[in-house]
Design a protein around this ligand. Structure first.
Ligand SMILES: O=C(O)CCC(=O)C(=O)O
Ligand SMILES: [Fe+2]
Length: 319
C-alpha cells in the first residue's frame, strides 16, 4: 500500500520528496537506490545523467582532492613498473617495454589495477561512486574493469574522436532501452580541458539506442572539462571518445567500468579476489566483485551459500 509522504518543509534538513513511499510491489526497491542520492545531495547530477546521458560530480562532492592525487602518485609508480620508464605528469609518456593492447602513439591503458595497490580498494568504497552505480544498475552492477587511460601529446583517436558507446549492441547495432548493460565512471586525475584531451561526449546520445555510424556524432561532441578529483559518470549507451591532446604532459584517469552482473566481466574478479581482501570490506564490495556469483559451476552445481552470505539480489545497498 502506498503511503503518501510529501515533505515541503525542508528546514529540518530532510531531503524534499514528492513521490509517495511505497511499502511493497516490484518498484519498492527504487527507494533504496534513490535515498543515498538524496543523502549525498546528488539529485541535480542524476537529473543531468538521465537527461544528457552523463554528469560531472565536482571534487568537493567526490571526496578529498588529496585522495585523487594519492591515486595519481600510485599510478605513476605502476606506470614505471609496467613500462620501465619513470613518468611525471608534466612530461610526455613513453610506452617503454609495456605491451598491453590497445596502444596508440600517444596512449596506453593500465589494467587490473585493483590488485596493484590497496588504494584502489578504497576507491571502490567511495560513497558517491557506489550511489551512482546502484542508481544506474539497480543492484545489478559488477566491476568489469578498473583501468587507467594514460595519454600524452598526440593525435589520439583522430578526427572521429573515437566515438562509441561502451554497451554491447545487438548484431544489428541496437542498444538496450530498458536498462543499462554497463555504465562507466572516470575519476579525473589531471585537469581535463579540450586542449588537454578531455573526454568527448555527445549529450543525449544515450536515447538513440544505437552505436554511432560514420562519425555521425562528431559535430555534436562536446569536451567534458573538469578539474582533478571530478568524477565523470555516464550511461552505457552514451556516445563518447576523447579530443586529441594538444599539450605536453600526461592526461590521467581512473576508469571504473561497471557491467550488469549477468555479463562476463572484462577483468577476472570472480574467484580471483583473495578472501583477505573480501574480509576487509562489506557485502556490497563482495557483490561488486562477483564473489556471490554462483555461475560457472562444476558437477557439484551452483554454490548458493556464497550468494546468500553476501545478500545477493537484495535491495539493501547500504552494507
Ligand atoms: O578517455 C578516453 O580516451 C575514452 C575513455 C573511454 O572510452 C572509456 O573509458 O570507456
Ligand atoms: Fe568507452
Amino acid at each position: 500500500m502506498a503511503e503518501k509522504i510529501l515533505i515541503t518543509d525542508n528546514t529540518r534538513g530532510e531531503p524534499t520528496r514528492h513521490v509517495p513511499r511505497i511499502s511493497g510491489g516490484p518498484v519498492a526497491i527504487l527507494d533504496s537506490y534513490y535515498a543515498p542520492i538524496q543523502e549525498l545531495g546528488l539529485e541535480t547530477y542524476v537529473s543531468e545523467l538521465e537527461t544528457y546521458g552523463y554528469t560531472v560530480i565536482p571534487p568537493e562532492k567526490v571526496g578529498p582532492v588529496d585522495f585523487a592525487l594519492a591515486i595519481r602518485e600510485v599510478l605513476l609508480r605502476v606506470i614505471e613498473e609496467r613500462t620501465g620508464v619513470a613518468h611525471q605528469v608534466d612530461r610526455n609518456g613513453d610506452h617503454g617495454h609495456y605491451k598491453g593492447q590497445p596502444q596508440l602513439d600517444n596512449q596506453f591503458l593500465l589494467y587490473y589495477l585493483l590488485f596493484a595497490d590497496p588504494i584502489f580498494e578504497d576507491w571502490l568504497e567511495n560513497p558517491v561512486l557506489r550511489a551512482l552505480i546502484n542508481f544506474v544498475m539497480r543492484d545489478r552492477g559488477q566491476l568489469s574493469s578498473l583501468t587507467s587511460f594514460v595519454k600524452w601529446n598526440g593525435k589520439g583517436y583522430g578526427d572521429g574522436l573515437g566515438l562509441h558507446s561502451d554497451s554491447p549492441a545487438s548484431p544489428e547495432g541496437v542498444l538496450p532501452t530498458t536498462h543499462d548493460l554497463v555504465c562507466n565512471g572516470a575519476l579525473v586525475l589531471t585537469d581535463y580541458t579540450k586542449e588537454d584531451g578531455a573526454l568527448a561526449i555527445v549529450p543525449g546520445s544515450h536515447r538513440l539506442a544505437r552505436q554511432p555510424r560514420h562519425d555521425d556524432g562528431v559535430k555534436w561532441a562536446v569536451p567534458v572539462e573538469a578539474p582533478v578529483g571530478s568524477l565523470i559518470f555516464w550511461h552505457g549507451n552514451t556516445w563518447h571518445g576523447a579530443f586529441p591532446k594538444k599539450t605536453d604532459g600526461l592526461r590521467l584517469n581512473l576508469t571504473s567500468y561497471i557491467c550488469n552482473r549477468h555479463m562476463k566481466t572484462q577483468e577476472a574478479y570472480q574467484g580471483a579476489v583473495p578472501k583477505e581482501m573480501l574480509a576487509r570490506h562489506g557485502a556490497w564490495f563482495a557483490r561488486l566483485l562477483g564473489a556471490d556469483d554462483p555461475y560457472g559451476w562444476d558437477e557439484e552445481g551452483p554454490g548458493f551459500e556464497a550468494a546468500a552470505s553476501y545478500k545477493s539480489g537484495t535491495a539493501d545497498a547500504s552494507d
